[in-house]
Design a protein around this ligand. Structure first.
Ligand code: AMP
Ligand code: MG
Length: 398
């Protein structure tokens, strides 16, 4: 049996090899957060579009002030003001942050650094220079300049930047459409009473939450009872509407584990079944055309471990994002022992200096995972690790 199992590193490589970028599509800017640009964006406007006050204060001509020292205050310009106003010679105008600095003025003094004497402005700012507190036209970006390059990840800041130059739609690499099929006759929906022999169905909840962190929100959830006919039919239905299908449970060797057989009946090509790891040994990976099928062992900690270690990197590759979980080395807080043969992924907490393997590592338990911020990878052949030994940790997304 062990000879058929694929190693953790090979499993990762094989999955990534089969994960292909989806063709670019146009999205409304608000829908494109977390996706990668498939085009470069050039600004069609100067931003700011006019010289803009960056302070609440008074606008004036620096040269006139140097000559006369006292300027007559007249009028007011608030943000959003669309008056056509030209500053008369030897005047200053009350102005607020964001308002257009009028022709005739080139400098703004903060309201904290002035005195008013007989309706005249007296400036008490030793550091003021010509152009102080004025954002020049096009100083953020000029018409015709590159705003964002192709392949830029649309972070919240990038989305705001594009909105700020008037962009409403972008060509991006879409994220995959995902379906989740939960199998298991014992599963009960949270909110319903838990009857004898039942467990609350939690895997669709953790998976949907994990997908949300990747900006995948329109996930479809199917429930399938443990028969070959049902699992086969539900896989067929899920494949019609998704790029990726997750199955939870039914992927092991029990009499009610029909996932591998049902996948094969749907013409899915098995790429591998079983990885030399704990948790998540029975993990199944298959492919039909460009669609990827992940059979996740039903135990809740296995589901999430497999998601973070294998599926998240695949989804990121499909969306043309290059970052996977952040891997680093950290010293172990306590010694650790295991048998050789399987790579272990331990739920860990890294405090910035040392990493602690948490209690409750069993794959049916999520209490430790719920408090973990990393997975500790202990390689296949390793049997003991001492306190202070450096181990590889994979930081979980927050
Ligand atoms: P299986 O992989 O189907 O043998 O399931 C392994 C364990 O995970 C069993 O104890 C199941 O009851 C449990 N399990 C399976 N699916 C879920 C689920 N969706 N939510 C919570 N527990 C599950
Ligand atoms: Mg089951």
């Amino acid at each position: 049996m062990a000879a058929e199992m694929i190693s953790v590193d090979d499993a990762k490589k094989v999955i990534l090899k089969h994960a292909a970028v989806l063709p670019p599509a146009r999205f409304a800017l608000q829908q494109a957060a977390g996706m990668v640009l498939a085009e470069q964006i050039v600004s069609s406007l100067n931003i700011p579009a006019y010289p803009q006050s960056s302070m609440d204060g008074y606008a004036f001509s620096f040269r006139e002030w140097k000559e006369h020292k006292s300027l007559k205050i007249d009028g007011e310009l608030a943000a959003g003001s669309n008056e056509t106003f030209t500053l008369p010679p030897n005047n200053a105008v009350r102005i607020f942050t964001g308002a257009p600095v009028p022709p005739g003025a080139d400098t703004v003094v903060m309201q904290e650094k002035i005195k008013i004497d007989n309706d005249c402005l007296v400036i008490e700012d030793e550091n003021i220079l010509s152009g102080s507190n004025v954002r020049a036209t096009g100083s953020e970006i000029k018409a015709g300049e590159l705003a964002l390059a192709k392949d830029t990840l649309l972070t919240p800041a990038a989305i705001g930047f594009l909105a700020g130059i008037g962009i409403t739609e972008v060509l991006v690499y879409p994220l995959p459409a995902v379906s989740i099929i939960v199998t298991g006759n014992e599963l009960q929906t949270p909110g319903q009473p838990l009857l004898q022999g039942q467990v609350y169905e939690s895997n669709s909840f953790s998976l949907q939450a994990a997908l949300k962190q990747l900006h995948i929100t329109a996930t479809k959830v199917f429930k399938a009872e443990d028969t070959l006919e049902t699992v086969t039919r539900v896989i067929e239905e899920a494949l019609l509407q998704s790029d990726i299908v997750f199955l939870s449970g039914g992927v092991s060797v029990g009499n009610y584990d029909f996932v591998a057989e049902a996948a094969s009946q749907n013409g899915i090509e098995k790429i591998f079944h079983k990885i030399k790891q704990r948790p998540g040994k029975p993990f199944y990976f298959g492919k039909k055309g460009n669609k990827l099928i992940f059979g996740l062992p039903g135990n809740p900690a296995s589901v999430l471990t497999c998601f973070y270690e294998y599926i998240e990197p695949a989804i990121k590759k499909i969306g043309k994002q290059n970052s996977a979980l952040l891997a680093m080395q950290a010293p172990l807080a306590k010694p650790f022992k295991k048998a050789a043969g399987l790579t272990h992924f331990l739920k860990g907490f890294y405090d910035g200096k040392i990493v602690t393997a948490l209690n409750a590592q069993e794959s049916y338990r999520l209490s430790s995972f719920a408090n973990a911020n990393c997975l500790i990878k202990i390689d296949e052949e390793i049997t003991t690790r001492e306190k202070g030994d450096m181990v590889e940790i994979h930081l979980l997304p927050v």
